[in-house]
Design a protein around this ligand. Structure first.
Ligand code: V47
Length: 385
């Protein structure tokens, strides 16, 4: 272990805040397992063996978008472009109606920035979902969308959030953060909310009593310095508001977008980024290993690299699949439980606000080991009979 890493380990163990340079040490340290073990230590200090997930569904009501982000494979510039779609309210509500025999506890909506819809469309959209299932949690519209609504419909951020809250908005998803540093943001998403505007929307949402998530899109043109800067900006706002429930590092997918010449991040980068996020963000409760972006297999390993959440069932993700994700579009509830148990963790089904819905009993052995034991016992019985 290098002296620099030794110093970081001491700081983490004495619960001292890590500096920018410490973040760089962690990103540059070749011993991935040492960083993973340290992040795991912090994660277990916070959550024991518990790993959280939920029953959620994703809907993108429109992919029409006036912004031209370099990484995006989902948006269509014009409403009449080939592949552009905008759901009618009835079509959107139907997505929930058809799932009411096994309903989600959360609906996560992310859209393009559509210039041609009235604001009342979004209010009606939320109200309609709540009519169908009054206790469903609506985690909708990134801070970038909220900022777009404010500019487009000439309201303040607070007015937009209050009107949507009255219609049924409960929380904001973390999308749209990308990389905050202007050197990168100006190149990959120059025509949407700035870092300051993104953070201001979350600040106001927190003041209005909402808990929200935040993200970082990594593995494209940014440097490790940009990533550490990004984590520090999240940490600063969290010191002020304590409103972020989870941080989600999002692995860049290159298919079909303006950075298709770049390779996707490797598994080592995925795991290292989870671990460094856990270690730098000492004031954010959960780091999420988003299985869609890093595949279920890497996300599962991530549960030993600082992640305490694996997202949810999702059902029909489109943004990552447009960019070439090879992950399934949804995972069954029992598949998520299996992933978590085989990592020798205790699955906890949660709602959006991390209230416990159901908690499994701890496994004495990982699931795979249990299966081998059961098969052996079964053979033994057959021999005896
Ligand atoms: O903002 C878009 C990212 C985000 C690509 O809050 C891409 O619980 C990689 O924010 N390659 C939307 N990433 C998804 C998101 C999210 C996901 C899971 C959970 C939560 C939560 C939020 O996806 C976008 C953008 O940063 N994205 N295109 C791409 N080609």
């Amino acid at each position: 272990m290098t002296t620099e890493l030794g110093k970081v380990v001491d700081k983490v163990r004495s619960k001292e805040r890590l500096s920018f340079d410490d973040g760089m040490t962690l990103f540059l340290e070749p011993d991935l397992l040492a960083i993973g073990a340290l992040a795991n230590e912090v994660c277990e200090r916070l959550h024991g063996d518990r790993v959280y997930f939920n029953r959620n569904m994703r809907i993108e009501v429109t992919n029409v978008c006036v912004a031209s982000c370099l990484f995006c494979s989902f948006a269509k510039l014009e409403a009449h472009s080939p592949g552009a779609h905008t759901m009618s309210l009835e079509e959107a509500w139907r997505e929930l109606e058809v799932r009411m025999d096994d309903p989600p506890s959360e609906i996560h909506i992310v859209n393009g920035l559509h210039p041609g819809l009235p604001f009342s469309y979004y209010e009606a959209l939320l109200a309609g979902f709540k009519r169908i299932k009054p206790d469903v949690v609506m985690k909708c519209f990134t801070a970038v969308e909220i900022h777009f609504f404010a500019e487009h419909y000439q309201m303040s951020h607070q007015e937009v959030l209050l009107r949507l809250q009255r219609a049924g908005l409960d929380s904001l998803p973390g999308g749209g953060a990308e990389i905050f540093h202007p050197e990168v943001r100006s190149r990959i998403s120059h025509d949407k909310a700035t870092a300051e505007q993104y953070l201001e929307v979350h600040r106001i949402a927190h003041r209005l009593g909402m808990r929200t998530n935040t993200t970082m899109l990594y593995g494209h043109i940014e440097t490790f310095e940009h990533r550490v800067d990004h984590l520090q900006r999240v940490r600063e706002l969290q010191d002020e508001t304590h409103g972020f429930a989870a941080f989600i590092p999002l692995a860049f997918h290159p298919d079909g977008n303006g950075m298709k010449h770049l390779p996707a991040p490797t598994a080592v980068d995925d795991l290292r980024t989870l671990a460094v996020s856990r270690l730098m963000l000492d004031n954010v409760a959960h780091i999420k290993a988003y299985w869609v972006s890093m595949t279920p297999k890497i996300a599962q390993v991530g549960l030993r690299f600082g992640a305490s959440d694996i997202d949810g069932t999702i059902v029909h993700e489109t943004i990552y699949h447009a960019a070439g994700s090879s992950s399934p579009q949804g995972l069954r509830y029992d598949e998520l439980v299996r992933l978590i148990r085989e990592a020798a963790r205790v699955p906890v089904e949660r709602d959006t606000h991390y209230n416990v819905v159901r908690e499994w009993l701890p496994n004495a052995m990982p699931e795979a080991a249990l299966k081998v034991r059961d098969r052996k016992a079964d053979r033994h019985l057959r021999v005896l009979s």
